[in-house]
Design a protein around this ligand. Structure first.
Ligand SMILES: [Zn+2]
Length: 510
């Protein structure tokens, strides 16, 4: 059993409170919202902003009107108004009308996330770190945007050079405090996944990843780290082949959260956990190779999603499986053309050692299937081809079940972290399985593009046909994405909130 430590409060309360009291007791900031119609130049305040406007005898609205509408996603700071040092008024646009149906997003919620992030960043840039926020009439989204925007990875910066992280609170008279706290747990769980992914690979080996998860995971989640010997006994020859060239021992992490006491089958989450991907003998070019410290993002998101489910007391039974290893070109490393046997008995020729994600995932998928799950979701920074296809704003989803896809699409519209459905055709399967000397190859026969689709087809061979399954290729949204302004630099932890919503909305016991 993991030691309890509430992650939600780790950044805001424990670490920074002392500094706040010593230096910024008096600097208080407030974020308020306004809906603006650019055409009619009219401004409509949120309920909380209206209240504040009344307290300032209508001065706030007069000042906003004076300079014209505050456009969607921008802000204007007012100094010395009412009881706060500064008030940042953020533009919420025209509600959902700023997004059309093709966008497949709940635009109202997304506008709130963007606006909350903009307001918090503007005040923090002015050295105001004690910030209260309007719930912007969508408290969960406001908390998500504000907490995601406040995150900075600066673990290895000298203490006196580190930026201060603002202390965030919803206005005390908000009636939506529960929703706010809910959004805060989701955002802070996502921020934990970001920290796991951002951490340099020498500080996030398979062993250190497992220790970090055991230490920070919410109460009630069982964390078991299986060693190499266990994986050998399981016959996980495909997973273990990837660890051959590394001096770091591999670990197969198994997480269990039982939010219900019943004999119900679990939901299975499988996350790729390559703590550093050099490419192996098929070594990668050196430019931007450092980003491959985040090749365990799928595993980080699995751990952090289960943390969020446990912290919010979701009534579900979920298991997480994270095969952890480095992919290195050591003397024992896999050579292109080597053949290995996977846990389910199929043999695989490894023609490209940089296509290692699928090799660790298939043994985890096969092990997960032993628990007869309601559905399996795997998540992996799997292919560069996915980024070529989708840019940096979407996760590619390969799904063998229409109902599961409908749930996923709805969850992604609501979370604002969107998925796009990709093809699972026999054509791609043939590319991976049509060989005379072995059962599968880890790269496609023809090599004529479609690398994400052939990778998904490869994984599909290790999932029972009657088990609903989705493979999420998160390579496009691993880090430095440009569509969500509330996420700053570095790794993103996407799409954690979509997976959370999928499970919480559709699979909870009433
Ligand atoms: Zn690779």
């Amino acid at each position: 059993m993991a030691i309890f430590r509430s992650f939600a409060f780790k950044y805001s309360s424990v670490v920074y409170r002392n500094r706040l009291f010593s230096s910024m007791t008096d600097s208080r900031g407030l974020v308020l919202g306004v809906y603006s119609d650019e055409k009619t130049k009219s401004n409509k305040l949120t309920k909380a902003a209206e209240k504040y406007n009344a307290q300032t005898n209508g001065q706030l609205l007069q000042l906003i009107d004076l300079a014209g509408p505050i456009s969607n996603g921008s802000q204007r700071t007012f100094w010395g108004l009412g009881g706060y040092t500064a008030v940042s008024v953020v533009g919420l646009g025209d509600g959902a009308k700023d997004w059309d149906a093709l966008e497949k997003i709940d635009g109202e919620k997304e506008n709130v996330r963007i606006a909350a992030g903009v307001g918090v960043k503007a005040l923090a840039a002015n050295k105001i770190f004690n910030i209260e926020l309007d719930d912007l009439e969508s408290a969960q989204s406001a908390a998500e945007g504000a907490h995601l925007a406040s995150y900075i990875y600066q673990e290895f910066r000298a203490a006196d050079k580190q930026k201060k992280i603002p202390e965030l609170q919803v206005l005390s008279d908000s009636s939506k405090k529960d929703e706010w706290n809910f959004g805060k747990v989701l955002a802070n769980s996502q921020n934990w996944a970001r920290t796991l992914s951002n951490t340099p690979a020498n500080h996030m080996t398979p062993t250190l990843f497992a220790e970090n998860v055991a230490k920070n995971m919410a109460k009630g989640v069982e964390v078991v780290a299986h060693d190499r010997q266990w994986a050998e006994q399981q016959g996980m020859g495909s997973f273990l082949s990837v660890s051959n060239g590394s001096a770091q021992p591999p670990i197969f992490l198994e997480l269990t959260y039982r939010g219900i006491d019943s004999a119900e089958n679990p939901i299975a989450l499988v996350g790729k956990g390559i703590t550093f991907d050099s490419g192996g003998i098929s070594i990668k070019p050196s430019a931007k190779m450092d980003a491959m410290r985040a090749d365990m993002s799928g595993g980080a998101i699995v751990a952090a999603t289960i943390n969020a489910l446990a912290e919010t007391g979701a009534k579900v039974y979920v298991k997480g499986f994270i095969p952890l290893t480095e992919n290195m070109p050591g003397g024992r490393a896999t050579k292109p053309g080597d053949v290995f046997k996977s846990r389910n008995g199929k043999t695989i020729c490894v023609d490209n050692t940089d296509a290692e994600g699928r090799l660790v995932l298939i043994d985890a998928l096969d092990y997960a299937a032993d628990f007869k799950p309601q559905f399996i979701l795997d998540i992996a920074t799997l292919t560069g081809a996915m980024s070529v296809a989708l840019g940096d704003c979407l996760t590619g989803a390969f799904v063998n079940n229409d109902k599961l896809w409908q749930h996923l699409e709805k969850a992604s519209e609501s979370s604002g972290d969107r998925l796009w459905r990709m093809p699972l055709l026999k054509h791609y399967t043939k590319q991976m399985t049509d060989f005379s000397a072995y059962d599968l190859d880890n790269i496609a026969k023809s090599g004529k593009g479609g690398g994400s689709c052939t990778a998904a087809a490869f994984l599909r061979e290790f999932v029972p046909k009657d088990t609903p399954w989705v493979h999420l290729d998160i390579a496009p949204v691993m880090g430095d994405t440009s569509d969500q302004s509330y996420l700053g630099e570095g790794m993103c932890g996407r799409p954690l909130r979509t997976i959370y919503e999928l499970i919480a909305q559709n699979y909870q016991r009433k």
